[in-house]
Design a protein around this ligand. Structure first.
Ligand code: ING
Length: 319
């Protein structure tokens, strides 16, 4: 009997600064009801899905920054989503800005949670790859201050859920092969990834026309090279004057797209994902036990970047 998961894309259109959490949660609930109506057991929402993408602004006031973060999950504003999940039997992935307390200190993370079909949080992830910059860079049309506002996470875990093995990542994580491989080495069968991706990438504007292509390429590669399903969900459209891509999609272990959102607004799309389809790749082409050669990969963990050798060359010196 195939292990089907009916998974829905819960794409959001723009969230403007004045939109309240209550208004956004109502939109998330509407998407969940739509997903439930077509048989979904899981719906995936974007990164930072409760507020506008605030790292686009340089802020110095601590209270203003903290106003975009959640101190508790669920809170009074987000509880209706958990209650609906319980009522309908639809689990969800939700990205949000987390204000954590660690040894009495405030720590800010770019986080996501996995909630099961009873409405219970069963996993939390904290974004490992924080893109952008730390200091105010006025030359940019808009900032991308994730390195300023968030502390990076340090691990990619997987969770037994929805009849299979589920992993989580956030936005920029999807561009790095290591993200999928670390979870692939834990037997992941479905990776859930919310994102906010501006069309314009200030350091490399020549990439702007390729932003949707790169979005899909990265996730298709991750899916195929690890024999897993990948579900990518956008917060799309023009938020506070900044246009972000849509392109939410569900990708099979073959690397093929099986479902996609077509708009840049709130939109639900569905795919019936057979988790047993992972084996067609994980037990053959990407049978890690049979084919991988870790003894040749040491540099991947030993080096952060192009560690220049004494003579200025980055390449490994032959033994
Ligand atoms: N956003 C973007 C992302 O990785 C980015 C940042 C855009 C990096 C384009 C490089 C190129 O999709 C987030 N939130 O990570």
């Amino acid at each position: 009997m195939p292990r089907y998961v009916n998974v829905a894309l819960g794409q959001l259109g723009p969230i403007q600064r004045q939109h309240s959490r209550t208004q956004v949660v109502a939109r998330l609930c509407a998407l969940m009801r739509e997903a439930h109506a077509v048989g979904a057991q899981l719906i995936v929402y974007p990164e930072l899905a409760l507020t506008t993408f605030f790292p686009r602004w340089y802020m110095q006031d601590e209270d203003e920054i903290d106003s975009f973060f959640e101190r508790e999950m669920p809170s009074a504003a987000t509880l209706p989503l958990f209650e609906l999940a319980h009522k309908l039997g639809v689990g969800f992935y939700l990205g949000y800005a987390e204000l954590a307390q660690e040894q009495g200190n405030k720590v800010r993370y770019n986080s996501s949670i996995l909630v099961d079909r009873s409405g219970t949080i069963i996993a939390k992830y904290r974004k490992v790859h924080l893109p952008g910059h730390r200091e105010h860079e006025p030359w940019r049309r808009f900032q991308h201050l994730e390195k300023r506002y968030f502390t990076p996470g340090r691990r990619f875990d997987v969770t037994p859920a929805f009849g299979g093995v589920v992993g989580m990542a956030l936005c920029n994580d999807r561009r790095w092969a290591e993200t999928y491989r670390v979870m692939g080495l834990q037997g992941v069968e479905m990776v859930l990834i919310g994102y906010n991706t501006p069309v314009h990438n200030a350091p490399a504007p020549q990439h702007d026309d390729l932003s949707l292509f790169h979005n899909q390429l990265a996730m298709q590669a991750g899916a195929y090279q690890n024999g897993c399903w990948v579900v990518g969900v956008a917060k799309a459209g023009v938020e506070e004057g900044v246009d972000s891509i849509g392109g939410s999609c569900i990708i099979a272990p073959s690397g093929e797209l099986v479902a996609r959102c077509l708009s840049k607004d709130d939109e639900m799309a569905l795919a019936r994902s057979d988790l047993d389809f992972c084996a067609v790749y994980q037990k053959t082409t990407f049978n890690f036990d049979l084919h991988r050669r870790p003894e040749a990969y040491a540099m991947i963990v030993q080096r952060k970047g192009l560690t220049l050798a004494a003579d200025g060359t980055p390449w490994a010196t032959a033994e």
